[in-house]
Design a protein around this ligand. Structure first.
Ligand SMILES: NC(=O)c1ccc[n+]([C@@H]2O[C@H](COP(=O)([O-])OP(=O)(O)OC[C@H]3O[C@@H](n4cnc5c(N)ncnc54)[C@H](O)[C@@H]3O)[C@@H](O)[C@H]2O)c1
Length: 273
């Protein structure tokens, strides 16, 4: 057995939104390795099926759920599919999200030039796209009074970063929602309904590669600023999230709810001095 019993996800069903994304895929595989059946949710069936194949190669069962996290009707359809194939979910990881470039303020711009349309899009994707899956997949959890929700926030929520205004505010809303929902579900359904969040630091992915590095792979000015502010002196590898995720998903964290755990090489703790 790869995981000691306290950390094992054997017999559990997990759903992860954004499950074919850079971090989502690694988190899906980590849960599969810990023993969970994993349903990966995203918009491209083809990409999801590739992850399902990897989950099966890791010795577990996978399921591709094609849906948009901002569309309740689509979420309800795939929830019904999940109930038929795997049954009630035990774990929901809300990993779909990301920045929308128009919701950032460039170095020569001001808040007055922020695109209202792109601000709405970034809030819709990150915040609404987290709340709706918790309603749809949470429904069957609440019925059973048992379920574990993990939201993927960002350290930009607690320490607003320059430029990425819309993204940082929408992730801050997720932190607040995580705490609110943890209290709400514990009070109404008891201690087997838990809600926590992970706040990843900087992970070099396709979304931010051009922001953090130059074409030759060296650090951009912003990339250097970040590394200088990270006590570990490096960007995260997606696998750095796995241990924290499995701990939060498993009984090892059974008295933990309403927390936001930074996985950031110390960025959040460092004052810069
Ligand atoms: N990469 C980082 O450094 C970093 C840091 C902090 C937080 N995060 C957060 O981690 C999560 C995963 O990020 P990532 O770096 O893997 O990004 P990614 O773009 O690789 O993955 C995001 C996934 O979400 C999917 N998605 C986007 N919109 C969707 C929608 N409307 N419906 C369904 N699926 C949708 C995308 O197709 C993609 O598969 C995001 O919430 C992101 O904000 C990332």
């Amino acid at each position: 057995m790869k995981y000691p019993p306290l950390f094992s996800l054997e017999g559990k069903t997990a759903v992860i939104t954004g499950g074919s994304g850079v971090l989502g895929r690694i988190m899906a595989l980590a849960m599969a390795e810990a023993g969970a059946r994993v349903a990966v949710l995203g918009r491209s069936k083809e990409k999801l099926q590739a992850v399902v194949k990897e989950i099966e190669e890791a010795g577990s069962e996978g399921l591709a759920l094609a849906a948009d996290v901002t569309e309740t009707t689509q979420l309800k359809e795939v929830h019904a599919q999940l109930l038929q194939v795997f049954g009630t979910p035990d774990i929901l990881v809300n990993a779909a999200g990301g920045n929308i470039s128009g919701a950032t303020i460039g170095p020569n711009q001001s808040i007055l030039e922020l695109s209202e349309a792109d601000l709405r899009k970034v809030v819709e994707l990150n915040y609404i796209g987290t709340v709706l899956p918790t309603q749809v997949f949470g429904q069957s959890m609440m019925k059973r009074k048992k379920g574990n929700i993990i939201n993927i926030s960002s350290l930009a929520a607690q320490r607003p970063l320059t430029r990425v205004m819309g993204y940082a505010s929408s992730k801050a809303a997720i932190d607040n929602y995580t705490k609110w929902l943890a209290v709400e579900l514990a009070q109404k359904y008891g201690e087997e309904m838990r809600v926590n969040a992970i706040a990843p630091g900087f992970f070099l992915t396709e979304q931010n590669r051009t922001l953090l590095t130059e074409e030759d792979g060296s650090l951009s000015a912003r990339g250097k600023q970040i590394i200088d502010h990270t006590p570990f002196g490096r960007f995260g590898n997606p696998e750095d999230l796995s241990g924290t995720l499995i701990w939060l998903c498993s009984d090892a964290s059974r008295f933990v709810t309403g927390t936001i755990i930074p996985v950031d090489g110390g960025f959040n703790a460092y004052s810069g001095v």
